[in-house]
Ligand binder design. Structure first.
Ligand code: ADP
Length: 319
């Protein structure tokens, strides 16, 4: 293999730049030409492809977002779109592709691999909702952004003696809510994987109030429902002033944490190794701090699971 391509696709995640840098430098280290594909699969169809040099990825390891830009591209879900993509790759003489993104992006990588074009997936999504890896690139940074925001909200919550409902990202996976809740000592954590009893949430708030607690924090993953609606219900049931903060897109941005930069560098470099070994249709991941790789088909069939022991612990610590 003499020429490799790399793209970022789907929702951006902090650490994608560190991954692009690692792919680029690892390829150059091995004497392989590396091509950056702009705008995800859309740029692939359009042939928006440029050769990367060592300097192309300088000064990006600390930046959020993705230098290669990302896009959602419905045309790539069709066989014609995928064929156009393969034609562009062949035009540039690219023989393997590294796809940095979430499970949607991996479906694109799988489609190309099924058509005979070798792809390797690198999991990057703040939600941590991919099976077969303990962590995805961007999760740690988003988590720390949430913690920083909650710490600030906590100051004001204490001063005003009120309940705060904080809605965080996570449509299908409650990892951000769970980790943030445990890290910040939230009274209740609401995640899509577990239906929480509303009365129990209210009881916890009332018990805390009786003990003289000045404020309470409830963290709700967006997949559970609207934080605003939930806040209204809580206020009605407890009579405590309740405020709602929807953290939204600030969770996506920002400079990646050291953990995300290291994870991105390790996973992305491993993806290059796999292509050079002649592998295809694999996703790299990390389990128990060891780099592993799985059949991408298996990853797409499996569901990411949340650590329910951690959930139980958070309940025990917020009696
Ligand atoms: P993420 O990778 O973050 O999960 P999306 O689900 O939006 O993001 O997917 C990103 C892109 O991957 C889509 O816009 C599309 O170009 C491509 N993609 C998604 N699903 C498929 C599919 N079934 N076949 C081919 N390409 C797909």
């Amino acid at each position: 293999m003499k020429k490799i391509g790399v793209l970022t696709s789907g929702g951006d995640a902090p650490g994608m730049n560190a991954a692009i840098r690692a792919v680029t430098r690892k390829c150059i280290y091995h004497g392989i030409e590396i091509y950056g594909i702009m705008n995800g699969f859309q740029g692939l169809i359009d042939g928006n492809i440029k050769k990367m040099e060592v300097g192309s990825v300088g000064d990006i390891i600390q930046r959020g977002g993705t230098k290669l830009l990302s896009a959602r591209c419905d045309e790539f879900k069709t066989a014609e779109g995928q064929q156009k993509g393969i034609e562009q790759l062949e035009k540039f003489g690219i023989q393997g592709l590294i796809v940095i993104g979430g499970d949607g992006s991996f479906r694109g990588a799988k489609a190309l691999t099924d058509k005979g074009f070798p792809c390797i997936g690198v999991p990057a999504t703040i939600d941590n909702d991919i099976a077969g890896t303990d962590f995805t690139i961007g999760f740690d940074t988003a988590l720390n952004t949430i913690i920083e925001a909650i710490d600030k909200i906590r100051d004001t919550a204490t001063s005003h003696e009120c309940t705060y409902v904080i809605e965080v990202m996570g449509r299908n996976a409650g990892d951000l809510a769970l980790w943030a809740g445990l890290a910040d000592g939230a009274e209740s954590i609401l995640i899509p994987e577990h239906t929480d009893d509303f009365d129990d949430v209210v009881d916890r708030l009332l018990r805390g109030h009786e003990r003289g607690k000045k404020h309470s924090i409830i963290i709700l993953a967006e997949g559970v429902g609207s934080g605003i609606d939930y806040g209204e219900r809580i206020e009605k049931a407890t009579n405590f002033e309740t405020r709602v903060t929807v953290l939204g897109h600030i969770q996506r941005g920002g400079s990646p944490t050291a953990a995300d930069r290291v994870l991105a560098s390790r996973l992305a470099a491993k993806a290059v190794d796999l292509l050079l070994e002649g592998q295809a249709g694999r996703m790299v991941g990390i389990q128990n701090n060891r780099l592993i790789n799985h059949d991408i088909n298996k990853i797409l069939e499996e569901k990411h699971t949340i650590d329910m022991d951690m959930y139980q612990l958070s309940r025990e610590l917020s009696i």
